[in-house]
Design a protein around this ligand. Structure first.
Ligand code: FAD
Ligand code: ZN
Length: 226
């Protein structure tokens, strides 16, 4: 109770399976006494492109644009665009970040990738010598909750699903100092029976009930590529 949760949600349709997973998380965590904030990226028409528009006012070097350098400088001056300031505030306040999305091309949808690209600015999320265990977003947990088109059997046959979590969990969250909980994967909701879908939704509710007792994974190459 009292914990703050930010759910970054990337699905266009509230009636989707992802929409149902979101609804369950909001209801269950609120019931536990957590304060839950949702960034519904499509509904917000969140801008996924990393452009000059992310910097308010003058540029540090207007002769040759360097996004990383300019957003870093703008962060220090307090000159990032309002949408980024708002997302950073939500991240700063959160104890737990949940990312809820359908798997797109072994990764996250572009709108969510754009959120990562634009919100996790140098100076805010990491710094020159402050990354991985020393990243700037300390004492936070993250959880990647996603759905797939492929069945569990197909994923088991074609290679471990953990490989594709390396860029997201290790390359982004761990890099920024955020600890990582076990991912939550609902395989092939479009292709299984209604009964199986209900089971998957119940399993998510059940997991959330004991979420705060979980230990983060050991986010090192062995977890992914053992
Ligand atoms: P939906 O189609 O919304 O849901 C499935 C069914 O569940 C629907 O019939 C819905 O009505 C029903 N449902 C919703 N709520 C409930 C409820 N409360 N109770 C019971 N039933 C309910 N897949 C891969 O595996 N790998 C990839 O690399 C990949 N790349 C993709 C790239 C793109 C560009 C796209 C568009 C898709 C890709 N996919 C891939 C497939 C994608 O991951 C799946 O289509 C997606 O995960 C399915 O989730 P959904 O929420 O959209 O399902
Ligand atoms: Zn790691």
């Amino acid at each position: 109770p009292g914990k703050k949760v930010l759910i970054v949600y990337a699905h266009q349709e509230p009636k989707s399976f992802n929409g149902s997973l979101l609804k369950i998380a909001v209801e269950e965590l609120t019931k536990q006494g957590c304060s839950v904030t949702v960034s519904d990226l499509y509904a917000m028409q969140f801008e996924p492109r990393a452009t000059r528009n992310d910097i308010v006012g003058h540029l540090h070097n207007s002769k040759e644009f360097n996004y990383n350098m300019e957003t870093w400088e703008a962060y220090k001056r307090g000159d990032l665009s309002q949408d980024l300031v708002e997302e950073q505030k939500k991240v700063q306040e959160a104890d737990l970040l949940i990312f809820q999305f359908p798997l797109f091309w072994f990764s996250m949808p572009a709108i969510l990738k754009g959120w990562m690209d634009r919100v996790l600015v140098q100076g805010f999320a990491y710094d020159l010598s402050k990354s991985y265990d020393c990243g700037l977003l300390q004492n936070k947990l993250s959880l990647f909750s996603f759905t797939t088109g492929g069945t569990k059997e197909k994923y088991a046959k074609r290679g471990d699903v953990r490989y594709l979590l390396w860029p997201m969990q290790h390359g982004i969250m761990h890099f920024c100092g955020v600890k990582v909980l076990e991912p939550h994967i609902c395989y092939a909701p479009e292709h299984v029976s209604e009964e199986k879908r209900k089971e998957m939704l119940t399993a998510w509710t059940q997991r959330l009930k004991t979420l705060w007792k979980e230990e983060p994974i050991n986010c090192s190459p062995e977890w992914y590529f053992k």
